[in-house]
Design a protein around this ligand. Structure first.
Ligand code: ADP
Ligand code: MG
Length: 223
């Protein structure tokens, strides 16, 4: 059974009089525990695609199933609850809180979304910090970490709630080549370790080679 099923999905943005078809009639499915990349030039629809799968936005047409739920019909509140239960996010610009340590940044979703008790929380955080090989950096603030280290912490934060799916829109866009490959390989290791499905986007050919499955978008259509 697929984790993500997309049927005849289109997304049209309307700005004033102008309509932009960001995605046109997309059909695809993504299996559990897979490592998938959406690639294509700027403006090809990658972010729109990831926003729809990640329940941040809704399709204009078509059906989207994530974890057997019809997320395309959810209202705002249902989408927020579903995201908290099922999806982790990694961002291009890391989005760590500068005033919180690495440990506290990872703790944040456990307090805000999951409401886990403190002793359980601590165990979950230390476990995931160990998995991304950042235990010895746990008390550092984001400013004291390199870009690659920040993204490792962001990977840990995405995984700490044990989501079935992690979405990452251009997660290496702010990293140098070595750190980029490092972070993508870390994500792949986490997929193997936890069985989490990863969906990321990139327009960097060196990064897409690391994916197991590549979907290429051209002008909002699958190539
Ligand atoms: P990518 O991530 O591959 O660069 P996007 O999904 O961001 O592509 O954009 C796809 C197309 O949709 C582009 O033509 C873009 O200008 C347009 N678009 C994206 N978001 C909006 C929006 N909020 N309003 C209007 N047009 C948008
Ligand atoms: Mg984009």
């Amino acid at each position: 059974m697929a984790l993500v099923q997309i049927e005849n999905v289109s997304k049209i943005y309307q700005t004033g009089e102008v309509e932009v078809a960001a995605l046109s009639d997309i059909n695809l499915s993504i299996e559990k525990s897979s490592f998938v990349s959406f690639v294509g030039p700027s403006g090809s629809g990658k972010t729109t695609m990831l926003n729809l799968i990640g329940c941040l936005d809704m399709p204009t047409q078509g059906k989207i199933l994530v974890d057997d739920r019809q997320v395309g019909n959810f209202n705002r509140q249902e989408r927020a609850v579903f995201r908290g239960d099922v999806i982790g996010f990694i961002f291009q610009s890391f989005n760590l809180f500068p005033v919180l340590t690495a440990f506290e940044n990872i703790e944040y979703p456990l307090v805000m979304i999951k409401n886990e008790p403190e002793n359980k929380r601590k165990e979950m955080i230390l476990n995931v910090l160990d998995s991304v090989d950042m235990l010895n950096q746990k008390d550092k603030f984001p400013d004291q970490l390199s870009g690659g280290q920040k993204q490792r912490i962001a990977v840990a934060r995405a995984l700490v709630t044990q989501p079935k799916l992690v979405m990452a829109d251009e997660p290496t866009a702010n990293l140098d080549k070595a750190s980029s490959i490092n972070v993508i390989r870390l994500m792949r290791d986490m997929k193997d370790k936890f069985g989490t499905t990863f969906i990321f986007s990139t327009h960097d050919p060196r990064i897409m080679e690391e994916a197991e499955i590549i979907h290429t978008l051209v002008d909002g259509k699958l190539a």
